[in-house]
Design a protein around this ligand. Structure first.
Ligand code: SIN
Length: 532
């Protein structure tokens, strides 16, 4: 995306803090830009790396090409990363292939120790990692710190799973036979990750892969490559052998890099988190070599509040947490908030009051609760959803506009009431800070509406009736249900969807299975009696 640099006052603003967008800033914004929102100071400056990590070394593209990464809050240049071509990534796959035979035979306990050391290094460098996340993703620093803990937890969790990869002994149905199973690493894994959790989406895939004994080539997102690079540096310090973890970057070459990863015969497994549309393309490509795949794709989560809710304030907070986490940019964010008629007006009033208290701004500033969205395309989509809803009769309770005074990537946290099923938000994931409140009458009606979506990642509801809780939890066509909570993400809980939200599970005791194959071993001629 091209950005126009037009500083407003060279005297007023320090040179590296010039307002970089085309729209002239308001006095409030000028103040923010002069308050020091520039390059964050890292305690360990060597964690900021403008290269790729291949075969244990920091390298650039053979072509020498790079791409620019910009702070979504200010538009300032953060740095540049190598624009790898498929031929560069081929080297990473080769490194991972060469490292695999010896890594697969390391003792599980040794792999556990590596992951534990990586976990500890993440915790020791949590502040710097959080700064990198806020810088390149825009989320408030407190949220970024939360993400670092969440991300590191996958290393801790899978360090504990690695030594517990048990097979079975199976009673055979053929006389004289004995059957057992071995669980073995699938091989080289291609991991393709998104920008909304620059640390956690990478660790959630790498941790189980390494625990299983696989080696990896991870393609980090073009918007947020620096957090991934810092993680690679920490992998190096944790003593993870060369070639086991490779992190590659690309921007306009992303489609050809993705194609290589999904078609290369030496890559045995691909794990992807991203949109359903890209998932469809990658799945087609991966079919050429019949790879094992797991896809975590888009959602359009229903969030239902029934009249029999025990604590309406808790439901309001649940909806706030679910809808506005990361400014609405998670796959599990509530997208359609259905509220039963008896509590609708009161819920809408309390919900809008909470959103009014949000502080929108630059993620490094104190007290900011919500940052920008990732780029202008995201703002445009949010605005399109709002305009579509209002043109069809929805009322704006709060927000409803671009917050252009802060910069082109800011959108006012928005609450819309009087939503109906013909509006875009009813069928499309907004992935931004807009909450649409849909009134409904009956349980049957709302479950049908919730299940109308082609996707099925997360779903939430608030109710105080235990019979209803079981009925509705069992009826929602989603991979994850939150009952009386709006936050379900937890390393211990299986994460994944059904329908066009994909398949496979991440985290939890199931996550490691995605990186293992089950081999049965049958022993014949074993049924002889004891020898006299
Ligand atoms: C996602 O948006 O894909 C992940 C969200 C989470 O782990 O909570």
């Amino acid at each position: 995306m091209e950005r126009i640099i037009r500083p407003v006052s060279r005297q007023l603003l320090r040179p590296h803090l010039r307002y970089p967008f085309a729209i002239p800033p308001t006095p409030a914004v000028k103040r923010l830009y002069t308050m020091g929102h520039g390059r964050p100071e890292l305690k360990d400056k060597s964690l900021f790396i403008e290269k790729c990590y291949i075969n244990g070394e920091w390298v650039g593209a053979q072509s020498g090409e790079t791409f620019e990464v910009h702070d979504p809050a200010t538009g300032q240049l953060i740095g540049k990363c190598p624009e790898l071509a498929a031929s560069d990534v081929e080297k990473a796959i080769q490194a991972a292939s060469e490292a695999f035979p010896s890594f697969r035979t390391t003792l599980a306990r040794e792999r556990a120790r590596m992951l534990r050391r990586w976990y500890q290094l993440m915790m020791d460098n949590a502040e710097d990692l959080a700064k990198l996340i806020t810088w390149e993703n825009g989320k408030p620093l407190a949220d970024a710190k939360g993400e670092v803990n969440y991300a590191a937890a996958f290393f801790e969790w899978f360090s504990e799973e690695a030594p517990r990869i048990y097979g079975d002994t199976i009673p055979a149905s053929v006389p004289g036979n004995r059957v057992m199973t071995l669980k073995q690493p699938v091989g080289v894994c291609g991991l393709i990750t998104p920008w909304n959790f620059p640390a956690a989406m990478i660790t959630r895939k790498i941790a189980p892969a390494l625990a299983a004994g696989c080696t990896v080539v991870a393609k980090s997102p073009q918007e947020t490559p620096f957090t991934a690079n810092a993680l690679a540096e920490l992998a190096h310090r944790a003593g993870i052998p060369k070639g086991v973890v490779n992190i590659v970057t690309a921007s306009h070459n992303t489609p050809s890099v993705g194609e290589l990863i999904t078609t290369h015969p030496d890559v045995r497994k691909v794990s992807f988190t991203g949109s359903t549309n890209v998932g469809r393309i990658l799945m087609k490509q991966a079919s050429s070599t019949i790879k094992k795949v797991s896809w975590e794709l888009g959602g359009n989560a229903p969030f239902i509040v029934f009249d029999d809710v025990e604590d309406l304030d808790a439901a309001v907070m649940g909806a706030i947490n679910s809808k506005f986490r990361s400014s609405g940019q998670t796959c599990v964010c509530a997208n359609r908030i259905y509220v039963q008629k008896g509590v609708y007006d009161e819920f809408a009033k309390r919900f809008a009051a909470k959103v009014k208290d949000f502080k929108l701004g630059l993620g490094f500033e104190n007290g900011i609760t919500h940052g920008p969205v990732i780029h202008e395309r995201a703002v445009d989509k949010v605005h399109e959803h709002v305009q579509d809803a209002t043109s069809k009769g929805a009322q704006v309770l709060i927000g409803g506009k671009k917050a252009s005074a802060l910069g082109p990537n800011f959108y006012e946290p928005t609450v819309l009431a009087g939503m109906t099923k013909d509006m875009l938000i009813a069928s499309e994931e907004t992935f931004g800070p807009v909450a649409g409140l849909f009134p409904f009458e009956t349980e049957k009606e709302v479950v049908e509406l919730a299940n109308k979506a082609e996707v099925g990642l997360a779903g939430y509801f608030f109710s105080g009736n235990v019979h209803r809780i079981f009925r509705v939890a069992e009826s929602l066509e989603v991979g994850m249900v939150g009952v009386n909570t709006g936050l379900i993400s937890d390393v211990a809980s299986p994460f994944g969807g059904v329908k066009q939200s994909g398949f496979g599970r991440e985290g939890s005791k199931y996550g490691i299975d995605e990186f293992l194959t089950v081999k049965s071993v049958t022993f014949g001629g074993m049924g002889e009696p004891l020898q006299a």
